[in-house]
Design a protein around this ligand. Structure first.
Ligand SMILES: Nc1ncnc2c1ncn2[C@@H]1O[C@H](COP(=O)(O)OP(=O)(O)OP(=O)(O)O)[C@@H](O)[C@H]1O
Ligand SMILES: [Mg+2]
Length: 250
């Protein structure tokens, strides 16, 4: 089912001592779209994802989705609403197998939770996990411990966990970093199909060609403010982008 509602951030502010990580940020993310948040190190990109996911409280402002105010909700309550986060540093269970990692995530999926009441949970989660493993090329690694996998494979497991929990809002923090070409293509295809299934995707990514491939809209952040926004290729031609991006290359 496609959620008709956008996710809306309204005048979000967050300071860490003298650092202003978010400065009265307002933005809207629509279902079935991927929005990229780009900008130099320390611009406040990860802070936005942390605030949406509930791992950080803003000082001021609101985050609303489907009529629900997310600010003040506990992180697990936000996750149960279908808001899934993929961390810049991977959060996977190293001492569990690939299958077990996905099973733990599938337990949060609405269709699997519905199946509980019908006594069909094993079939529901099993079907989801098999499909996700196939799509990500993880089927042959199903019974391997995650700590024995390569970094790229571990990243695919993290993405698989997001897919298994049937997230409606996916917060992806640098999903492409450290990926080889083949695994990167698998990630891109998976994100595109999640987007096409009606999910809201917010991606923080330094690789501009990936931003261009996935996102229809990009927000350029600098010191907690949006300094330019638009279709990625158009944004890259913006003079602010040139200045900020050039300084990133120093
Ligand atoms: N928990 C924290 N305590 C103190 N300062 C923090 C904390 N989290 C973030 N900051 C600071 O807030 C600013 C924004 O950080 P944030 O992690 O959002 O940046 P970013 O845009 O994701 O950068 P990067 O591209 O390096 O990942 C930075 O100056 C950072 O040092
Ligand atoms: Mg970051």
């Amino acid at each position: 089912m496609i959620d008709a509602d956008s996710l809306r951030l309204d005048r979000i502010s967050k300071r860490f001592g003298s650092i202003v990580a978010c400065n009265e940020l307002s933005m809207e993310f629509r279902p079935g779209t991927c929005t990229a948040v780009i900008g130099p190190n320390g611009a406040g990109k990860t802070t936005i994802l942390n605030i949406v996911a509930g791992s950080l409280l803003p000082d001021l402002g609101s985050v609303k989705w489907n009529g629900v105010e997310l600010v003040g909700l506990r992180q697990d309550a936000i996750a149960r609403l279908g808001i899934v986060r993929m961390f810049q540093d991977l959060k996977v269970f190293d001492s569990m197998t690939v299958y077990e990692n996905l099973l733990a995530a599938a337990g949060r999926a609405p269709s699997v939770i519905r199946a509980w009441s019908l006594g069909k949970v094993k079939a529901a989660s099993g079907a989801t996990i098999d499909t996700v493993m196939q799509r990500l090329g993880l089927t042959a690694s199903a019974n391997r411990l995650v700590r024995d996998l390569s970094y790229a494979e571990r990243k695919l497991v993290a993405l698989g966990r997001a897919m298994c929990s049937e997230g409606r809002i996916l917060l992806l923090d640098e999903p492409a970093s450290g990926m080889d070409k083949t695994s990167l293509q698998v990630v891109l295809d998976a994100v595109i199909s999640l987007r096409e299934s009606g999910a809201i995707i917010i991606i923080v990514e330094h690789n501009l060609s990936i931003v261009q491939e996935l996102a229809s809209h990009a927000l350029l952040l600098e010191e907690g403010r949006i300094i330019a926004a638009g279709e990625p290729a158009e944004l890259y031609r913006n003079s602010n982008f040139g200045r900020v991006y050039f300084s990133m290359q120093q």
